[in-house]
Design a binder for this molecule. Structure first.
Ligand code: 3PG
Length: 213
């Protein structure tokens, strides 16, 4: 990709950002291609397995049209590794002063996690308007986000954690939700069984969310 994407562009690529946890390098390219066949042009590969960075490089090299996110970034070292491997954007379950400073310094597209008004205020104060709301269902879900619409009006969210396709539709109806994240699109059993048809089918369901109105 020649021009770097802004986080505002990233969160509008698809209604759902599929979060994937890859145990094998051989899963990376097929899952990315299955998502694309279903119409979803974005993926978040989490840095939770020994093969994660190699998976990110493989998708960068072999599926270059995919907008590639790297999730579970905990510190500036992982941030550097993720973007060196080809990340277009980064995601973290929370935020630390160190990581915020590193992201700001490099001007990288990034979704930091927040679940309290103070965390949201800290991130807004640092110039981050698009935030991950994680773990969404365990943190009051739609009720919490709806109650933040007025007092935290500048913040826009990508709720993630415990969300399925039905709940995704409900979250997307909230004015302060720009997209939803979730692992159900490419679930563990499909990855293990190399069931790319299931992933493609889920991706198509995700894209239909945008059309249902
Ligand atoms: C994440 O890994 O970012 C979230 O835990 C995904 O949550 P889910 O598995 O409940 O969709």
């Amino acid at each position: 990709m020649t021009t770097p994407l802004s986080i505002e562009q990233v969160v509008r690529i698809a209604p759902v950002v599929p979060v994937v946890i890859l145990d094998k390098l051989s899963q990376a390219v097929p899952v990315a291609r299955a998502l694309l066949r279903g119409g979803v042009g974005i993926i978040e590969i989490t840095l939770r397995t020994p093969v994660a960075l190699d998976c990110i490089k493989a998708v960068r090299d072999e599926v270059p049209e995919m907008v590639l996110g790297v999730g579970t970034i905990m510190n500036p070292g992982q941030l550097e590794a993720a973007f060196d491997a080809g990340a277009h954007f980064g995601v973290s379950p929370g935020s630390t002063a160190n990581l915020r400073a590193a992201v700001k310094e490099r001007g990288l597209p990034f979704l930091f996690g927040a679940i309290t008004p103070s965390e949201v205020m800290t991130l807004l104060d640092d110039g981050f308007q698009y935030l991950k709301f994680f773990p969404a269902e365990a943190s009051g879900g739609q009720t919490t986000l709806a109650s933040w619409q007025s007092p935290l009006a500048d913040a826009k969210f990508c709720p993630t954690g415990g969300i399925d396709v039905i709940k995704a539709k409900q979250y997307l109806n909230l004015a302060n939700v720009v997209c939803v994240g979730g692992s159900w699109v490419a679930p563990k059993h499909a990855l293990e069984n190399q069931d790319w048809i299931v992933v493609e089918h889920h991706a198509a369901q995700v894209m239909a969310l945008a059309e249902d109105g």
